[in-house]
Design a protein around this ligand. Structure first.
Ligand SMILES: CC(C)(COP(=O)(O)OP(=O)(O)OC[C@H]1O[C@@H](n2cnc3c(N)ncnc32)[C@H](O)[C@@H]1OP(=O)(O)O)[C@@H](O)C(=O)NCCC(=O)NCCS
Length: 193
């Protein structure tokens, strides 16, 4: 019964978000897909409660590369690129800022987590050119399945499967599978296996 109710709620919500999806596609023709997506993500981020969770899930199923039907994306969380995938069982807490990322199965992400598209969005090599005019690189970050990322972490590199990222960590280097890391920069406390 519960499964049927959830299934119907997903269908109703999919119908409700369709006009927003169409409007995003039309806006994209005029202002570019990236800007239209930013507006869409900001708009959906402020929908409260369970309705908000269902609405975000359905709009991201239509706009991200992949978004599992059973994931949770909490209030205040904003995606800056649609080039993302979210697998089954993923939970993303409140007020996260998310760049280009592939999030594996059953990953738990706390609140106020920043996942950056790498760490070189602006090049800094040329001191004759202002940083904002130097072309950078947007790297897609991979987060392995069953990882747990603590509140207020900043993620700038790959995280292996089964990793635990302590609250407030700043990840600047790839983290191997089943590592528990903490601190700034994040260092291994111990391994889970
Ligand atoms: C990473 C974590 C799971 C480690 O827990 P633990 O295995 O019990 O670790 P311990 O408390 O034994 O700590 C081991 C060492 O790491 C340090 N440490 C633990 N977490 C830390 C953190 N987030 N930042 C910096 N150092 C940390 C401890 O101070 C301790 O250092 P010491 O050996 O010099 O005394 C936990 O501290 C954590 O950050 N959990 C995330 C909680 C969270 O964000 N929840 C909300 C989202 S669901």
């Amino acid at each position: 019964m519960k499964t049927l109710v959830k299934y119907l709620a997903n269908i109703v919500m999919m119908i409700c978000v369709l006009p927003f999806f169409l409007s995003y596609k039309i806006k994209g023709l005029f202002v570019g897909e990236d800007r239209a997506f930013a507006l869409l993500s900001q708009t959906f981020s402020i929908l409260p409660g369970l309705t908000g969770e269902y609405a975000r899930k359905e709009i991201y199923r239509l706009t991200l590369n992949e978004c599992a039907s059973d994931c949770t994306i909490s209030f205040g969380t904003i995606f800056s690129h649609s080039d993302c995938s979210i697998k089954e069982g993923v939970y993303i807490g409140a007020n996260c800022m998310i760049g280009k990322v592939d999030i594996g199965k059953d990953v738990l992400i706390g609140s106020n987590v920043d996942i950056l598209s790498g760490k070189h969005q602006h090049s800094i090599g040329d001191t004759e050119v202002t940083i904002r005019f130097q072309k950078g690189e947007f790297k897609k970050i991979k987060i392995g399945e069953d990882a747990w990322i603590g509140n207020h972490s900043v993620i700038m590199d790959e995280i292996g499967k089964g990793c635990i990222i302590g609250a407030g960590s700043v990840v600047t280097q790839p983290i191997g599978d089943y590592s528990i890391v903490a601190g700034n920069p994040a260092k291994i406390i111990r391994k889970r296996v």
